[in-house]
Write a protein that binds this ligand. Structure first.
Ligand SMILES: *[C@@H]1O[C@H](CO)[C@@H](O)[C@H](O)[C@H]1NC(C)=O
Ligand SMILES: *[C@@H]1O[C@H](CO)[C@@H](O)[C@H](O)[C@H]1NC(C)=O
Ligand SMILES: *[C@@H]1O[C@H](CO)[C@@H](O)[C@H](O)[C@H]1NC(C)=O
Ligand SMILES: *[C@@H]1O[C@H](CO)[C@@H](O)[C@H](O)[C@H]1NC(C)=O
Ligand SMILES: *[C@@H]1O[C@H](CO)[C@@H](O)[C@H](O)[C@H]1NC(C)=O
Ligand SMILES: *[C@@H]1O[C@H](CO)[C@@H](O)[C@H](O)[C@H]1NC(C)=O
Ligand SMILES: *[C@@H]1O[C@H](CO)[C@@H](O)[C@H](O)[C@H]1NC(C)=O
Ligand SMILES: CC(=O)N[C@H]1CO[C@H](CO)[C@@H](O)[C@@H]1O
Length: 338
């Protein structure tokens, strides 16, 4: 199949050259070629999602989670609409203090991220299936609600492992001493697993996580990595090892909230160079044909109270990509790939 061939070639090339000097023009061209073979958005699924009640359940779930998390943290529940009116990009749609939650959470937020071969150089295989990825890291808490839909059938992708990972507030990933990732002499990072993990998608195609808002590192805008595995099985020790995926992508946050988070400790101790969304090449490539930016609401009056962020991803589940791992996490500790 023509598409599969293009995809297979791309992934190998793009991953090897994901950082450092590489030919962006080529990457963009290849991604554009891939788009000829894939649907760009989920608009064709709208009536089906509504009929199946999927949309309604997503709205309800996100509203419930916002209320629950706020209560758990002892935060006085805040009018979600008022938060959005001041801080969320969808403010531009004219939301006010009186806008109903059903309207806010119903906002499109559907982004099609076809695999573009950018898992980046910092993927670590063998991570834990768990909802809370925070460990001993500090930062702005985020609850992510990802809903994965099959772009061909418009059905939820059920029972597949969805994996996310991002760097900590000072811009360092756990599990790898790869060049560009913090202090490469610090081998203790190899045994660390913070801010990485997987969740199986439920009957509505949903995978959710509690983690932290990422920091930034030189050369890249603040982002998180997303991977949808199709054939993973969880091992007896609760980890997954699977170097294949139907989707590999990166998702972003509005520049406005990035700027606010960066003012807080410990984000404000990060000495690495900031790259804006506008200057990020991966952002440019993805945003050219989809909206890879989270919708979100604040859970309380301050950022430290946390954020609920959501995104609906359309994935072509027939695709198969190979992921290259910087390291593998074993019972005996992390081992860098040669
Ligand atoms: C999914 O990918 C296959 C190739 O594997 C392609 O034939 C098909 O058109 C794609 N589907 C959509 C909805 O883009
Ligand atoms: C959703 O998408 C449609 C079509 O792209 C657009 O017309 C509409 O304004 C969007 N609605 C929201 C709430 O973003
Ligand atoms: C996640 O775990 C951290 C400790 O590692 C804890 O402080 C935090 O409250 C947990 N988050 C949730 C939402 O349970
Ligand atoms: C981020 O992780 C690196 C590597 O483990 C560590 O040196 C650094 O202190 C961490 N940053 C924070 C704010 O904990
Ligand atoms: C999962 O396994 C099936 C059957 O072997 C295969 O066709 C498909 O390409 C695999 N998916 C991925 C993402 O590797
Ligand atoms: C989990 O189990 C596999 C074998 O099934 C082993 O290779 C790996 O080291 C274990 N990982 C951890 C973190 O215990
Ligand atoms: C990682 O953990 C293993 C098992 O506890 C230990 O043997 C190893 O020395 C640790 N490696 C580093 C770099 O700390
Ligand atoms: C503050 C902010 O990030 N605003 C963005 C909202 O989204 C539009 C288009 O989707 C961007 O043009 C704005 O920059």
């Amino acid at each position: 199949m023509r598409f599969s061939t293009i995809a297979a070639i791309t992934v190998t090339t793009a991953i090897v050259s994901a950082h450092g000097s590489h030919d962006i023009a080529r990457e963009i061209a290849v991604r554009e070629a891939m788009f000829q073979y894939t649907t760009r958005d989920l608009s064709h699924c709208a009536s089906k999602l509504k009929a199946r009640g999927l949309e309604e359940r997503a709205i309800q779930r996100r509203a419930n989670v916002a209320a629950e998390l706020a209560q758990k943290r002892g935060i006085k529940a805040r009018d979600v609409a008022s938060v959005l009116a001041t801080d969320h990009n969808e403010t531009t749609l004219g939301y006010t203090l009186d806008t109903a939650e059903s309207t806010i959470f119903a906002s499109n937020g559907s982004c099609v991220l076809t695999p573009e071969g950018e898992s980046g150089p910092y993927y670590v295989a063998g991570e834990y299936v768990r909802t809370n990825l925070t460990e001993d890291m500090v930062g702005v808490p985020v609850h992510y609600d990802f809903q994965i839909l099959d772009v061909e059938t418009c059905e939820p992708v059920v029972g597949k492992y969805f994996e996310i990972f991002n760097c900590n507030s000072t811009g360092v990933y756990s599990g790898t001493t790869m060049s560009g990732n913090g202090n490469t002499e610090d081998v203790t990072v190899l045994n660390k697993t913070f801010l990485r993990g997987l969740q199986p998608t439920d009957d509505d195609g949903v995978a959710s996580f509690n983690t932290l808002f990422p920091g930034h590192y030189t050369g890249r805008a603040t982002h998180i990595h997303t991977i949808l595995h199709m054939n993973s099985t969880v091992r007896a020790n609760g980890t997954v090892f699977d170097l294949t995926a139907a989707h590999i992508g990166q998702t972003f946050w509005d520049q406005s909230i990035r700027d606010e988070v960066e003012l807080l400790a410990p984000y404000n101790t990060n000495t690495q160079t900031v790259t804006s969304n506008a200057d990020d090449r991966v952002f440019a490539v993805e945003a050219a044909s989809s909206d890879p930016v989270f919708n979100y609401v604040m859970l309380g009056d301050t950022l430290q109270d946390g954020l609920l962020a959501w995104l609906t991803l359309g994935v072509n589940t027939t695709l198969s990509e190979t992921i290259s791992a910087a390291a593998v996490y074993y019972a005996t500790g992390g081992v860098e790939s040669s």
